[in-house]
Design a protein around this ligand. Structure first.
Ligand SMILES: Nc1ncnc2c1ncn2[C@@H]1O[C@H](COP(=O)(O)OP(=O)(O)OP(=O)(O)O)[C@@H](O)[C@H]1O
Length: 240
């Protein structure tokens, strides 16, 4: 695997003028964004403006058609599938609105799964999973199948699962979108509180201004472009 290295310190994650279309539909048009380590960033904007596509490009799930994505000093967009999937397993955690848990498995199984896939021993994986379930205030629910949990409980399991591998970045796409306001508030409080304790960077796509209020900073995506004054500060730095 060859990767282009970025020697200078800079933002942990940055998109540099990225564009991406679905067939003839442009979703991102030369969007640029910089995220510093430990920052909690909210991405807001109208429906269809390109927020999820941006998040997916930053997380290496999609590659942009043009432009560059840099993570921790390395080009992400030029990494092959295997390199990007390894990075997603080891350095990134994901919390989506639905569907990230295996409903037939217990909460503890779901949280232990990324560790077991990364070859952590079974006993240690379950010990760590239980520790994270406790931190997410889910004590006693470890043996429940996640398909039987409430939406808020399931999202807290998803957060435990995202954090258990000690990622550098958590990508969250509408993490409270399916929850009532009380459950949503609890999910965000726990996500933000634990991310700060662990020094994890969080990038959260949301329509909800209460969710955005938990963030350190907010950027707006409109018509596939990002309003991020901070991106200009580093413009060109990653292009070496
Ligand atoms: N799989 C796809 N196939 C075709 N077009 C798509 C696909 N996914 C997204 N798009 C289009 O790309 C544009 C950006 O979509 P995206 O989902 O990134 O926006 P968004 O801001 O996250 O929207 P929302 O807030 O409604 O979730 C939209 O015009 C959308 O219709």
């Amino acid at each position: 695997m060859t990767i282009d290295a970025l020697p200078a310190p800079g933002p942990l994650l940055r998109a540099d003028s990225i564009s991406r279309s679905y067939g003839r539909t442009p979703a991102l048009r030369e969007a640029s964004l910089s995220v510093t380590a430990g920052e909690i960033l909210a991405i807001m904007g109208p429906s269809g403006s390109g927020k999820s596509t941006l998040l997916h490009c930053l997380a290496g799930i999609f590659t942009p058609d043009t432009g560059q994505v840099w993570f921790d000093g390395h080009r992400l967009d030029t990494l092959g599938d295997a390199g990007r999937s390894r990075l997603r397993r080891t350095a990134f955690g994901f919390v989506f609105q639905f569907g990230q848990l295996v409903p037939e498995l217990t909460a503890a199984d779901n949280v232990a799964l990324p560790l077991l896939l990364g070859r952590t021993g079974r006993r240690h994986a379950y010990q760590r999973a239980r520790g994270w379930l406790e931190r997410l205030e889910l004590d006693g629910l470890g043996e429940r199948r996640t398909g039987e949990l409430s939406g808020g409980q399931a999202q807290r399991v998803a957060i435990a699962r995202a954090l258990v591998t000690r990622p550098k970045v958590i990508f969250a796409d509408e993490p409270t979108g399916a929850l009532d306001s009380l459950a949503g508030e609890k999910v965000m409080d726990l996500l933000v509180g634990l991310a700060r304790q662990e020094g994890v960077t969080v990038i959260v796509v949301t329509h909800d201004s209460r969710v955005a209020a938990c963030a350190d900073r907010e950027v707006i995506v409109r018509d596939g472009k990002v309003t991020d004054p901070y991106a200009d500060e580093y413009a060109g730095e990653a292009v070496r």
